[in-house]
Design a protein around this ligand. Structure first.
Ligand code: GLA
Length: 395
C-alpha cells in the first residue's frame, strides 16, 4: 500500500553522522541487531539506512550501480535480507546529480535503472541528495523523475529528498511525491547547530510539513558526544550535554521531523537510550494528524520560545525552550490566551510532563517556570472544566 508510506514522520537510523565513509556489512548488521536489542525497534524506529560511500566509483557494463566488494562482499541484497529478518526496513542513498556528495556515481539519467536495482535488492527507503546537479535542469524535475521511478519499480520505497532547503523546496516537494525533505544544511554535533536548524524552520515552515511529506531537520546527533569519523560533524569533539540532547530530541519531535538516529546505537549510554526511546515524546511526533506547531514568542525574551501543537484527541503538546546561553535561568510565563484559551472559557489545563512521566499540576491562565539555558520542558496538556478559583498559577 504505497499511500501509507510517510503517514507519520519516518523513524530509523542512518550511518552518516557517526561513520560517514567507514561503513561495511558488519556495521549495518550490527546496527540492525542493536535496533532490536536496545528497544529502539519497540519504540517505533524501523529503517536502517546506509548513507553515501557504499558503491564502487564506476557503474558496470550495463550501467548499474555496483556495491563496493570490500565493504559489502555479499552485495547489498544480503544486507537488506538481514535487516528484514529482524523485522526492520532497509534504506540506501543516491543523488540527483551526476555524482554523490562524496563523489560516487549519482543517479542523474539513471533514475529508472537505479530504482529497479534498488527494488531488486529489497530497498524500502531512498535518501536522494543534491550534489553535482547539472546546471540548466531544475532540481524539482530531478525529484519528480526519481519519485516516478520509485513509484513504479514494483516495491514500496519511501522517498527521502535531501536538497538542504534550496530552490524553494518547501513549495514544490510535496507535489513530486516525496515523503520527506531535508530543509536545512548538514547538522553538526553542537548546541549551536541544533539551535540554528530548529530556529530556521519555525512558523510558516511548519505549515508546509505534514502527513505524507515531512520537513526533515536532519539526522539526530543525540548521543554522539563528539564521536564521529567525520571531523566536520564532530565539530571539535565535544558534542552536547545530555540536557541539550533532550532539548534537541524534543524540538525534532515537536516539529514533526523524521527521527533518524545518527549515533552509534551499538554503544549507547543509558541517558541516550532514555532520550531516544521516550514513548511519550515519540507519541507527540507520531500523532496521526501531523499538525505543525505554532510558535509563541516569550513576551520579554525572544530567546525563549513556546511551541504548541494540536493533537488528534483534543490534547495539545507544549514545548518550552530556553535558547539563551549563559549561567542564569530564564523566567518563563506561558499564557494560555496565546494558544486560544481565554481565562473566561471555564477551562484549565492539566499538565502531564512527558520527560518526568507524571501530571505536574492543573493551571489556569498561564504556566510559569524557570528554564536553565539550553533546557526545555515538554508537556501533553488536557483541557479540564474548572471554576475560576482554586487552581494553581505556579507550580
Ligand atoms: C550531504 C547530505 C548528508 C550526507 C552527505 C553524504 O552532505 O546532506 O546528509 O548524506 O551528503 O555525502
Amino acid at each position: 500500500m504505497p499511500k501509507e508510506l510517510g503517514k507519520t514522520p519516518p523513524m530509523g537510523w542512518n550511518s552518516w553522522n557517526t561513520f560517514s565513509w567507514n561503513i561495511d556489512e558488519k556495521l549495518i548488521k550490527g546496527a540492525a541487531d542493536a535496533m532490536v536489542e536496545t528497544g529502539l525497534k519497540d519504540a517505533g524506529y524501523e529503517y536502517v539506512v546506509i548513507d553515501d560511500c557504499w558503491s564502487l566509483k564506476e557503474r558496470d557494463g550495463n550501467g548499474r550501480l555496483v556495491p563496493d566488494p570490500e565493504k559489502f562482499p555479499n552485495g547489498i541484497k544480503a544486507v537488506a535480507d538481514y535487516v528484514h529478518s529482524k523485522g526492520l526496513k532497509f534504506g540506501i542513498y543516491s543523488c540527483s546529480g551526476t555524482h554523490t556528495c562524496a563523489n560516487y556515481p549519482g543517479s542523474f539519467e539513471h533514475e529508472f535503472v537505479d530504482a529497479a536495482t534498488f527494488a531488486e535488492w529489497g530497498v524500502d527507503y531512498l535518501k536522494y541528495d543534491y550534489c553535482f546537479k547539472p546546471k540548466g535542469i531544475p532540481g524539482e524535475l530531478l525529484y519528480r523523475r526519481m519519485s516516478m521511478a520509485l513509484r513504479n519499480c514494483g516495491r514500496d520505497i519511501l522517498f527521502s529528498a535531501c536538497n538542504w532547503g534550496n530552490d524553494g523546496v518547501h513549495d514544490w516537494i510535496r507535489n513530486t511525491g516525496a515523503q520527506m525533505f531535508r530543509s536545512t544544511g548538514d547538522i553538526q554535533d553542537s548546541w549551536n547547530s541544533v539551535k540554528n536548524l530548529a530556529l530556521s524552520q519555525m512558523n510558516m515552515r511548519q505549515s508546509q510539513s505534514g502527513v505524507y511529506c515531512w520537513n526533515d531537520l536532519d539526522m539526530l546527533v543525540v548521543g554522539m558526544r563528539g564521536k564521529s569519523d567525520n571531523s566536520w560533524i564532530a565539530e571539535g569533539g565535544f558534542g552536547c550535554t545530555d540536557d541539550e540532547y533532550k532539548t534537541h530530541f524534543s524540538l525534532w519531535a515537536m516539529m514533526n521531523s523524521p527521527l533518524m538516529i545518527g549515533c552509534d546505537i551499538r554503544n549507547m549510554s543509558e541517558a541516550t537510550k532514555n532520550i531516544l526511546t521516550n514513548k511519550d515524546v515519540i507519541a507527540i511526533n507520531q500523532d496521526v494528524e501531523g499538525r505543525g506547531p505554532i510558535e509563541i514568542d516569550h513576551w520579554c525574551n525572544e530567546s525563549c520560545k513556546g511551541l504548541v501543537k494540536p493533537l488528534e484527541n483534543g490534547d495539545y503538546a507544549i514545548l518550552l525552550v530556553n535558547f539563551m546561553d549563559g549561567e542564569h535561568p530564564a523566567q518563563f510565563s506561558f499564557n494560555f490566551w496565546d494558544m486560544g484559551l481565554p481565562y473566561n472559557s471555564g477551562y484549565a489545563l492539566e499538565f502531564y510532563d512527558v520527560w518526568e512521566h507524571k501530571v505536574v499540576g492543573t493551571f489556569k491562565e498561564r504556566y510559569c517556570t524557570d528554564l536553565k539555558p539550553h533546557s526545555c520542558e515538554m508537556f501533553r496538556v488536557k483541557l479540564v472544566k474548572t471554576d475560576a478559583q482554586g487552581v494553581d498559577l505556579n507550580k
